[in-house]
Design a protein around this ligand. Structure first.
Ligand SMILES: Nc1nc2c(ncn2[C@@H]2O[C@H](COP(=O)(O)OP(=O)(O)OP(=O)(O)O)[C@@H](O)[C@H]2O)c(=O)[nH]1
Ligand SMILES: [Mg+2]
Length: 354
């Protein structure tokens, strides 16, 4: 978790485990799940922190809340740094609030304005919504998410969804595979561009055009907006016929212009999705999710077991250089009993403290 979140309290001190009395070591999972189900925000924050920090009960939390997942509309906002994504998100929050919806925002590796540490102007923008109980803003950084940014993002989205939020907005900078991968979580991906990017080629190069359900040319008050709009429209036009055709919207987020039309375009895409549910695509998504979870879980268990002294002999051999790691890994995998022991207990079942 990154410092300076205004809207969601941090648990990091309490969560360190190191200076926690032994009798408090056991996290009251059942209690928090009950409170979560009763729409208790504190329980939501606590569970999010647990999931983000990969504490031993993280997987169990998601397993338990899973039946409630699937009602939220997840909107991804991505694009080059400084394109105005956060300004736009801020406007979108206001629009969805006006429609009576509960909104949460997950800002991935934010530089502004959700980081709160940025310049004063950014802070002021963020505070537009921070007193509103119908809005939750969570920041997630690669630094704070224990190496698994996509996994943390996915699980936090699930928590927010299960908590009952109607709209979940994920903001990522549109550079890098991880950031783009996170857009997989979104039902509707909005790619934000700006005129001064030179042209739409940048967007194409970054692979953003492939994931866009809606294009936005923000800062349309600036020179060149019409040109980039035309280029993006041409790109959409050149796509094979059939399927959803991403509209190209013009906005001036700073002046709140064009944002209502954007909300309309997002709603249209949602309607399209609902009317064209593709079972094969849904199955593929589920399969991918299962494979990711299974491999992550296997890794977690194996690492946990090895760190807690299981398979010590083989490990000593490897450490002493008497067995090469490949032979050791193969021997371990081929020995059913060894592998069963290695994977037998989830970290959460163990008595060790988190
Ligand atoms: N001229 C103009 N400036 C805008 C507009 N929308 C946003 N900006 C400005 O663009 C700057 C960057 O805005 P942000 O919303 O922080 O951009 P971002 O894409 O979230 O930036 P990162 O998260 O750092 O990638 C700010 O100074 C905004 O005030 C617009 O429509 N027109
Ligand atoms: Mg931003």
């Amino acid at each position: 978790m990154i410092a300076g979140q205004t809207t969601m309290p941090s648990e990091s001190q309490e969560n360190s485990g190191a200076n926690r009395p032994a009798n408090e070591a056991k996290f009251d999972l059942e209690g928090y799940l009950r409170r979560f189900a009763a729409h208790d925000e504190l329980a939501l924050y606590r569970l999010m922190t647990r999931v983000e920090n990969r504490t031993p009960e993280a997987s169990a939390i998601i397993e338990r809340i899973y039946p409630r997942v699937g009602h939220a509309q997840v909107i991804g906002i991505t694009g080059p740094p400084g394109a105005g994504k956060s300004t736009l998100v801020n406007r979108l929050i206001a629009k969805y609030r006006a429609l009576g919806k509960e909104v949460s925002v997950l800002a991935i590796d934010p530089s502004s304005p959700f980081s709160g540490g940025a310049v004063l102007g950014d802070r002021v923008r963020m505070t537009d919504h921070y007193k509103d109980p119908g809005v939750h803003i969570r920041s997630l950084s690669s630094r704070g998410s224990h190496g698994g940014l996509s996994r943390a993002a996915r699980e936090i989205v699930k928590l927010l969804d299960a908590f009952g939020h109607d709209v979940i907005i994920i903001e990522t900078v549109g550079v890098g595979q991880t950031e783009l991968g996170i857009m997989d979580l979104a039902d509707t991906t909005v790619v934000v561009t700006v005129p001064e990017g030179g042209d739409s080629v940048q967007v194409m190069k970054a692979g953003l055009n492939e994931i866009a359900d809606v294009f936005v040319v923000n800062k349309s008050d600036r020179e060149g907006a019409d040109r980039i709009k035309a280029e993006l429209e041409l790109n959409v036009h050149l796509r094979p016929a059939g399927g959803w055709r991403p509209p190209v919207m013009m906005t001036q987020a700073a002046a709140d212009l064009g944002v209502d039309a954007l909300v309309g375009a997002i709603a249209k895409h949602r309607e399209y999705l609902l009317a064209h549910r593709d079972p094969a695509q849904i199955a593929q998504r589920r399969r991918r999710e299962f494979m990711e979870i299974l491999t992550a879980e296997l890794e977690d268990r194996a690492i946990h077991s090895l760190q807690n002294g299981r398979a010590p002999e083989l490990l000593r051999e490897v450490e002493a250089g008497r067995v090469n790691p490949y032979s050791a890994a193969r021997r371990m995998i081929e020995d059913r009993d060894e592998i069963a022991r290695l994977l037998s207990r989830a970290p959460a079942d163990a008595d060790e403290k988190a």
